[in-house]
Ligand binder design. Sequence first.
Ligand code: DHB
Length: 390
Amino acid sequence: MQKRLFLHATALAIVALAATNSVAQDNKFKIGLILPMTGQQASTGRQIEAAARLYMAQNGDTVAGKKIELIVKDDTSIPDVTKRMAQELVVNDKVNVLAGFGITPSALATAPIATQSKTPMVVMAAATSSITQASPYIVRTSFTLPQAAVAMGDWAPKNGIKKVVTLVSDYGPGIDAEKYFKERFVFNGGQVTESLRVPLRGPDFAPFLQKVRDAKPDALFVFVPSGAGAAVMKQFLERGMDKAGIKLIGTGDITDDDQLNDMGEGALGVVTSHHYAAAHPSAMNKKFVEAFGKANRGMRPNFMAVGGYDGMRVIYEALKITKGAGGGDALLAAMKGQIFESPRGPMFIDAQTRDVVQNIYLRKVEKLNGQLHNVEFDVIKDVKDPGKNK
Ligand code: DHB
C-alpha cells in the first residue's frame, strides 16, 4: 500500500512537472483523443473520431498559427487504461488538451491527471452529472442523464403512462437516469413499481425483461449506453412486450442513431428524450449529416458524434481566443461561456459549471424517406443539468 501510494504520488508529480513544460511547445497544438475504439463501446469511438476528423477537414488544421495534431488512443473503455494513456499523453506527448472519454468511469479515472497537470479535459461522451465536479479542468460537450431523463418524467404521465418499471445499466449514468426520471415522474403522479439494474459489462437483458413482462407496467423506461440499445430492443420485441401493451420509453441512448435504422419496424413509435437526433431539422444539421455520411461511407452521426464535433469547436475557438499563446488555464478560461449553434441546436458552455446547457427534444421513431429516425415533436429549451442543484 505504501509503495502504491508513493508510486501514485510520483506519477502525479511527474504529470505536474510535465505541465510546466508543455506550454512552451513549438508550433504544434496537440489534442490527445482517448476513446473506446474496440470492445463493447467501439461505436462511441468510431463516431467521435469520425466527427473530430470531419471538423478538422472542414475547419483546417492550422489555428492561430498552430498546427493541430490529433493523437487518437484506444482505451478499450477500461478506466485504468484511460488514465495511463492520459498520463502518457501529458508527460510524453505534451498534449495541450485531453479529449474523448467514452464512459463515465474512464472520465472519472482521468480527472486527477487533468487537475494535476492543469490540462483542459473535454468530455465528449460520458454523461453522469457529477463528472464536471471531478476536476475544475473538465468541460463537457455531450449531455447529462438528468437533463434528458427529467423531460421524460414530464412527458410520460401526460401521455397515459402511470405505472413504470425502470431498467438501467448499473453505473453512474444509469443511476442518474433512474433517479431523475423517477423523481419527476412520481412528482407528476406516476408510480415506479420496480427499479431494475443490469451490469454494464456483458449484460443479459433476458431475465430482466421477462420480469417486466410479468409485471405488466404501462411502460418500461430504459437507459443503456450507446451501442447496447439494439440488443434491448430486439429482446423487448421478441418477447412480444409491445403487443402485451407495454410501451418502451427512455433517454435517446436506446434509439441510438448509430443502430436505429437496423432495429426494424418494431421500433416505430418509441418515444425518447434527448439532445440530438440525426433528423434534427436545421440547415446546419442537414449539412453536418450529409458531410458526415459522405466522409464515412454513409454512416449516420449519432449523439456521440455531435459531442465530438462540438468538442472540437470548443477547442478550436479556445485556441483562437487565446491567439495560440497561453497554457491550460488560459485555454480553459476561453472554453468557459462559449455559446454557439451546434448541429443539435443552440448550445452553451456554462462558465460556472463547465457543463453544457442545451435543448432537450421529445422524439418518436418514425419513417423518413424509408429510414427509421428519431423525429422531434417537442422541445424544452435551454436545459441546465438538474443534477447541479443538489
Ligand atoms: C455514458 C455512456 C454512453 O454510451 C451513453 O450513451 C451515456 C452515458 C457514460 O458512461 O457516461
